[in-house]
Each structure stands twice: as C-alpha cells, then as structure tokens.
Design a protein around this ligand. Sequence first.
Ligand code: ZN
Ligand code: ZN
Length: 408
Amino acid sequence: MSAKKILMVVCDGVSDRPVKQFEGKTPLQVARTPAMDAVARNGVSGTMDVIAPGVVPGSDTAHLALFGYDPYKVYTGRGPIEAAGAEIPLVNGDVAFRCNFATSDDHMRIIDRRAGRIRSGTAELATVLSGMKIEDIEVIFKEASEHRGVLVLRGPGLDHRVTEVDPHREGAILKARAESPEAEKTARILNEFVAKSYDILSKHPVNERRKKEGLHPANIVLPRGAGSLGELEPLTQRFGIKCAAVAGVTLVRGICRMVGMDVPDVEGATGGLDTDYAAKADAAIGLLEDYDLVFVNVKAPDIAGHDGDFRQKVLAIENIDMMLGRILESIHEDVVVVLTADHSTPVIVKDHSADPVPVAVSGADSRIDDVRAFDEISAASGALGRIRGVDLLPIVLGMANRSSKFGA
Ligand code: ZN
Ligand code: ZN
C-alpha cells in the first residue's frame, strides 16, 4: 500500500446560507462547478465545525485547525502569524502586533481606521518607523497587504498581555494597558510607539502628497492582536510529510510558514478578487511533483461574502472550479483531493458565521457515498458525517495511507 499525495483546496469563506432572492439557494448551489462536483461524486462528503460547534472561526484559527493543530492550545494572537506572513522571523521574547495605518486628527482621534484604504506608499512609511529604539527596545516594522502592517518589539522584559490601542471605530485612540504586571513595560513602549508614529508619519512626504490629493493621510499606526511565539511542531516532524502552500494573503501565508510549509511566491496570486487562478493551478501542479501535501487557499469567496455580494461570490466559486479542473486534469498519479472551506462567510451576514462548512475528499480507491455535488446541503448527507476541523488532516492522512498503527 503506497502512500499517496494530498491536494487540499480551501475556498476561503465559501460556505454560505440560502438567500431568498436566489431561489433560496446558496452561492455554491447556484454556481456551475463541474470539477468540485466531481470530487464530491468520486469520494465522501460531510460537514465540518472548523473550530467547534457554534464557534465563529477566524481565518487564522481555522487554518491552524485544518492543519491539525488545536487552536485553543497554540493560538497566541494574530501578531505572530502576520509577522510570519511578512517574513519577519521572530525570536523568543519578541512581541508582535498586527497593525492598521489609520488617519488621526490633531487630538489623537481616529477619523479613518484604514487611512482611505491606502494601497501604495506604505512601504516608504514602514521604512521610517522600522529600526527606531524606544528605551532598550528595538522596533521592527513592515508593511503588509493594503492598509496593514506588522510591528515587532524586540528586547528584554516584554510580555504580550497588553490591551489594544485600536478603538475599532472612529474616536479617541485607546491607551494600551498591561493585563499583567509583567506587561507594564510593553504597554509603555507600545503607547510611546503609537505617539511617535503620529509625529513621524504626519510630516512624511507620502502623506503630504495624499493630503494634496484630498486623500486621508496614513499618519498613525494602530497595533492590535499582540502575541508572542508559540511552540508549533512542524508538519514535517509530526506526520513526516513535506508540505507546500499556494496562498496570496499574508495571514494565511504566515500560518503556512509557522507549520513548516514552503510558501513560494506565485506571480499574480494577489489574495484578492483579481487573483490569477490559472497561475495558482500551475503552481500547485508543479509543487505536487516534489511535495507530499500541497495546500491551496483562494481568498476571493470570503471577500465577496464580506461585501454581501452574491453574484461576485458565485463568480469566485466558478473561477476556483476552473482552477481545480485545471489541476485535476494534469494529475496523473493517485492523489487524495480535499475540498473545503475555513469558515462560512454568508452574504447576508457579511461576516464569518458559525455555520459548519462542506467538505469532500476523494482518491482513486476511496469509499464513495451518494453525494453528487459540492455544496452545504448535499454534503450534509455524506458518509463523513459531521467532523471537527482538527480531525480533518488525520482522516485525510489515513485515506492517503500515511497513518501509523496504534497498538500491535
Ligand atoms: Zn478565512
Ligand atoms: Zn473573512
């Protein structure tokens, strides 16, 4: 019995609820998806509570679960994941934050949390922030996608247990407070950093230019999601498998790196609605030659879900189906194909929800149930039943003949 390779395709936030105006169907039910349906038809389907029943997953915790890690044990805040995604290697004792470039008035009141959704110039802004020292702490700062950035504080005596600065709406910025005595210094440094970011950025040429163009300046940084490095045994060691990922979004790329995947850059894979699906397919096909597990994340359905745009979501699904079809066509050996989502992002909710997601798994000698289509409703009658996210990878490894015996 030879070990098989695994292809895991995660359609980010694809899972949905029925929508009245569309005959009470979900986007997955409306979209034309011959490749996805083939996976369901040739294997077993089920539904999955990615974290636990009734829990609304974030993309970060969800992906940890999909890779077989209990997010309640390993999750230390979003900062370290963003840092990994931005390719800032963390060392023990670092505290990392996820940040927004935002717009503040002269009284430290936020008037735009995303600085007019700034898309260019953030690299220049990041450069002037990075490298400064506050007391004996080194500041490392790097831009991330769109209006986001990553802050890493490095030096003695730091602790991630600090409250957020980001008010999460327009209004006065909050002062970071220590949630434990060990974090007093971190809170002080963090507040100092935010004040300095305003002093430095409000005079920066990028912002002078933005003001002239009538755009909101990115004149302050709002850190949140403080965390420090958790211990994560890489997949290579845990399961003895070589893994690679095709993903455009910084956050997802960060998690993939944290669990020991190789994450090559794929030209055109933007993590947006305009991502190059064919390029992603070709990258996956190439990686399947050298790796035991190839993971593909496509962010577009989640974006459409957040925008509450049913038609856009259907389009994203059909594009993913083309991508999947292109991959399936060129796979010659027997590969176990896993198709699922990291969470639901229903268009009527415009955010993530606790609804379970559909999952389908097929391989040449896999069992076959009666499910003929890949969608939320069809999947619920499948042979996999209702599983938890953390159980998915072990199940798939079993189907790929990669599990070891427990007992004699
Ligand atoms: Zn997601
Ligand atoms: Zn989302």
